[in-house]
Design a protein around this ligand. Structure first.
Ligand SMILES: NC(=O)c1ccc[n+]([C@@H]2O[C@H](COP(=O)([O-])OP(=O)(O)OC[C@H]3O[C@@H](n4cnc5c(N)ncnc54)[C@H](O)[C@@H]3O)[C@@H](O)[C@H]2O)c1
Length: 438
């Protein structure tokens, strides 16, 4: 049986200093996890370097950013961006003149997709082309990056890539029903995984959310060797997700969002870090708590466990600052609704008989079922209704706190990481926040 390996102590080591190099491997979005880490790198005086996934032209061809896009991206990052498109996944790749996987998916309809078959020999060719394209892009990026790292510097590579949902009309409808459908609109995630459509999507998730970490580690081998030979150190971080321990009935317990279809790719990401670690490369996947970002808005109910962070803030030595966060959350609720009412709703959800089978670490990621979807999506909607403004939620406020804590934890732990896979549970997140705001 595998067990989560939590980070239990606030990390104390320091490694990165002024003029060391921080490389963000993914684009930076305002609400995204990476902002917490970039803030730390900036505060330490590191040189910040980014990449771009590029943009698609009208014919779906991948291109670098134009001058205007590049200037905006560099201003947003506060650093230089190496302008070579690093879009991962093979959903829009194919041998010349042949259909891309997305085109094949677009031939499927809502009536036929469960039975529709794909030509796997063709898909394999598309996948190989996409992988080769990405690896070549990484090589180009590394050639430029090499010239930006002076001898004696340390380098921190931060992988943030996750995604791979193909832009096929039929899947947009299916995704909406799997992640947001209840009652009549419920759809089983297992039905998706059993179909050829689902199998293709899992492959694309692997490429985007996991294999890109391997290409990063392999593609930067020469830089790693040069930096280490000059006395510097190189670290790799990636964001994982594999459930989180949160306070349930006064005790930290592991729970997860369901159905997390991307979980197979996240476990592959963990295996990539473990294999690299065995080769002496300090690569660590940090399994992070559920927060609301651009990437999670599709998953109704993913934000529910986050609300329990309020209780962890108090339990982990919270003082005046923790109380001020409780108050700021209270201010977001409609008159007559208390924060205790909201917390009770989350607790009722977590402890309900319907959710118990899902608190099984070894069975992760489990498929959804109608009762679970109904309860999870219903609870999420009920809690939104308890707010004055659905655009200013308790979970928005708590997400920014988790970004701050995770940035500090990952940045410091990466100086001397304890292992290749570490969970950042609510206990250590709350302790880090209370420490930062003491
Ligand atoms: N939000 C959560 O609850 C949560 C929890 C645990 C881990 N994570 C992980 O944190 C990381 C950042 O996600 P986030 O939630 O902050 O959202 P985000 O939308 O800010 O970040 C997503 C990242 O993926 C990149 N990306 C998307 N599609 C890509 C593609 N085809 N090719 C290359 N790059 C691509 C984007 O450029 C961006 O850097 C991800 O690995 C995510 O799985 C998120």
């Amino acid at each position: 049986m595998t067990q989560p390996t939590p980070l239990t102590q606030l990390p104390q080591s320091e490694l990165f200093r002024k003029d060391d190099v921080f490389v963000l491997f993914g684009e930076l979005f305002g609400r995204g996890y990476a902002t917490g880490l970039v803030d730390q790198a900036r505060a330490a005086g590191m040189q910040i370097v980014g990449i771009t996934v590029g943009r698609r032209d009208d014919n779906n061809a991948l291109r670098p950013l134009n001058d205007e896009e590049l200037a905006a991206a560099e201003a947003n990052l506060g650093g230089r961006i190496i302008n070579v498109p690093l879009m991962a996944g093979f959903d829009l790749d194919a041998p010349a003149g042949e259909p891309t996987p997305t085109e094949l998916l677009n031939a499927m309809t809502l009536k036929t997709w469960e039975q529709d078959k794909l030509d796997w020999a063709h898909i394999d060719k598309c996948r190989a082309i996409g992988t080769e394209r990405f690896r070549k892009g990484v090589a180009e990026v590394m050639a430029v990056l090499d010239g930006m790292i002076a001898d004696g510097r340390n380098v921190l590579f931060a992988h943030t890539m996750a995604g791979g949902i193909p832009k096929a009309k039929v899947f947009m409808v299916i995704a909406n029903r799997i992640y947001k459908g209840r009652g009549e609109r419920f759809m089983s995630s297992q039905t998706l995984l059993d179909s050829d459509l689902g199998k293709l999507i899992l492959q694309n998730f692997d490429e985007v959310s996991a294999n890109t970490f391997l290409h990063l580690i392999e593609g930067s081998a020469a830089i790693r060797a040069r930096v280490e030979a000059a006395g510097g150190q190189v670290r790799y971080t990636a964001y994982g997700y594999h459930g989180t321990e949160i306070l349930i009935e006064g005790r930290y317990q592991w729970q997860t969002y369901t159905n997390y279809t991307q979980g197979y790719a996240k476990m592959r990401l963990e295996r990539i870090a473990r294999a690299a670690w065995e080769q002496g490369v300090k690569a660590t996947v940090y399994n992070c708590p559920e927060i609301r970002t651009n990437s999670t808005d599709v998953f109704a109910g993913v934000e529910l466990p986050l609300i329990a962070l309020l209780e962890a803030l108090r339990k982990e030595g919270g003082g005046a600052w923790a109380e001020s966060q409780w108050q700021a959350c209270r201010d977001l609720l409609v008159d007559g609704v208390t924060l205790e009412d909201v917390l009770k709703k989350v607790a009722d959800f977590q402890t309900s008989a319907v959710m118990q089978p899902f608190h099984d670490f070894d069975a992760w990621p489990m498929p959804n079922n109608p009762e679970q979807a109904d309860l999870q999506i219903g609870t999420s909607e009920d809690i939104v209704q308890m707010h004055k403004d659905r655009k200013a939620l308790v979970t928005d406020l708590l997400s920014t706190l988790v970004l701050e804590a995770s940035g500090a934890l990952i940045f410091r732990e990466s100086a001397a990481p304890a292992g290749p896979v570490l969970w950042l549970n609510h206990d250590v997140v709350a302790r880090q926040l209370n420490h930062l705001h003491a």
